[in-house]
Design a protein around this ligand. Structure first.
Ligand SMILES: Cc1cc2nc3c(=O)[nH]c(=O)nc-3n(C[C@H](O)[C@H](O)[C@H](O)COP(=O)(O)O)c2cc1C
Length: 195
């Protein structure tokens, strides 16, 4: 299964368009990805209770917060590929990714008397794709933002490896919020590489 995770808070923005084009392209090849808009999920803040980190072993820890986090992780872990599409906000990936990252404490075993956590090992490797959209030219995103670093932090416990990065820049003005020829080419390349 391929999971597409859209981190834009804006309905019908450029990330929604990119994800719609990815879905259409995969569907045309008989592949039916799971499409998740992070903005539709209920994800609470980690309250640092650390109860999810107490049990040893590679099973994910149990979080008592009753929201969509567990379902999201289960969905990603069942995938052979995770595609994340996200705007660059304030020189990083959106804040919701940080909220999710903190909730990924379930991937760690950190007993109260240890200095630091050990990361649980997930059974399957997952291929990763990060697509960003930004006002900055795409080429500047690895240089001026923390996007790749934040994505790797999110990817590592999930065992998302072999990450491909696509940075779609010049999306700062309303007039630029179009699905341009270069975007079409990149979406086509992603589909061809994963289909
Ligand atoms: C609060 C906010 C912060 C932003 N910060 C940046 C930034 O640091 N660098 C950048 O290149 N673009 C920045 N942008 C522009 C967004 O990346 C751009 O609007 C987004 O990629 C459009 O995606 P969407 O249509 O899916 O919302 C910012 C936009 C907003 C609303």
């Amino acid at each position: 299964m391929i999971t597409i995770l859209n981190f834009s808070q804006r309905a019908e923005g450029i990330n929604d368009r990119i994800c719609a084009e990815l879905l259409a392209g995969f569907t045309a090849r008989g592949i039916h990805p799971r499409y998740i808009k992070a903005r539709d999920l209920t994800i609470g803040f980690c309250n640092n209770c650390r109860s999810c980190m107490q049990a040893a072993g590679d099973e994910l820890g149990e979080c008592h917060l009753p929201d969509d986090m567990k379902g999201l992780l289960e969905s990603i872990l069942k995938s052979r590929c995770l595609i994340v599409s996200a705007p660059i906000n304030c020189y990083d990936l959106p804040a919701l990714l940080r909220v999710i990252l903190e909730r990924m404490s379930v991937f760690c075993h950190w007993p109260d008397d240890n200095y630091s956590p050990a990361v649980r090992k997930m059974p399957n490797e997952i291929k990763g794709v990060l697509i960003t959209t930004s006002a900055l030219p795409g080429i500047m995103v690895p240089l001026l933002t923390r996007a790749r670093k934040s994505f790797r932090l999110f990817a590592r416990p999930l065992r998302v490896t072999k990450i491909d990065y696509y940075h779609l820049g010049f999306k700062g003005r309303k007039a630029d919020m179009i699905y341009a020829e270069n975007d079409r080419r990149i979406v086509g390349k992603i589909i061809a590489s994963l289909a």
